[in-house]
Design a protein around this ligand. Sequence first.
Ligand SMILES: NC(=O)c1ccc[n+]([C@@H]2O[C@H](COP(=O)([O-])OP(=O)(O)OC[C@H]3O[C@@H](n4cnc5c(N)ncnc54)[C@H](OP(=O)(O)O)[C@@H]3O)[C@@H](O)[C@H]2O)c1
Length: 301
Amino acid sequence: MAEGEKVAVTGASGLVGTELVARLRARGFEVLRLVRRAPRGKDEVRWDPDAGTIDREGLAGIRGAVHLAGENVASGRWTEAKKARIRGSRVRGTELLAGALAELSPKPEVLVSASAIGYYGARGDEVLHESSPPGGGFLASVCQQWEAATGAARDAGIRVVNARIGVVLSDEGGALAKMKMPFLLGLGGRIGDGSQYMSWITLDDVVSALVFAVENEELAGPVNLVAPAPVTNASFTKTLGNVLNRPTVLPVPKFALRLGAGAEMADEMLIGGARVVPAVLQATGFEWKHPTLEPALRSVL
Ligand SMILES: NC(=O)c1ccc[n+]([C@@H]2O[C@H](COP(=O)([O-])OP(=O)(O)OC[C@H]3O[C@@H](n4cnc5c(N)ncnc54)[C@H](OP(=O)(O)O)[C@@H]3O)[C@@H](O)[C@H]2O)c1
């Protein structure tokens, strides 16, 4: 894709979407935001993933799309209703968008569709790359369905990138913003024995990698959006404590997390971990601004 061309973005109001829209505009792309309310200007088009409706005429002329929308995974307990929203918003929304893109004439060149490293499940210290098989659990099953839901676009000859995003580090929101307060109070500590891996990426780099995926014709299929240096939870805890200049002596017991967040969410998001490497990004020459954790945290915080 080239400067001046039109890119549609879903989930544009989110943590990643807000930054992505600004970056795409700064690179000279015209951005069309897909919104779930009445459009407020010419740069917005309406869709309703729950109702299965999308303004197909409004999408005319787009050359690419970045699809980020989905019910937030980390806010609120995983009740059956919440889990249904997490899965349904992603599968229905992705099928709707991919189907609409496939019917456009001319067809867009590329769909970059978010997925997550949750695809791999909890895998100890196994090194995981894009061709590793999926893991078990709720998130892994959601990610598989979410990726499969892009099928109509792929079948129509659109280049589809399934961006398996790691833990996004930002001071504006997401995991780090939640973790910061206990650390600032001196209550930060490793989770359990701290051996589980955390595959992280800064917000700045995840946005660069999404733009790279839009622009780079070599990329298709699953791509891990993580920094090249995943760390154990023990190492992450120690580094975050150093950066914030706070002690991290008290480990957080697993039972307390299971009690607080619910067992399934705690096991999949906090206690389990995955050591994911960005094999495709490395092979295609992507350059990280923050490849290692300590400078990344210093820059973000
Ligand atoms: N942040 C991370 O650490 C991380 C890690 C792995 C994967 N991801 C994935 O990357 C994507 C973007 O992440 P993010 O952190 O920017 O997420 P976010 O801040 O939660 O934003 C997601 C956006 O999706 C839309 N949305 C919310 N609920 C929805 C629903 N029920 N149905 C349809 N759309 C809904 C909203 O945008 P509108 O109101 O503008 O429609 C929202 O701003 C998400 O799909 C997320 O699962 C993120």
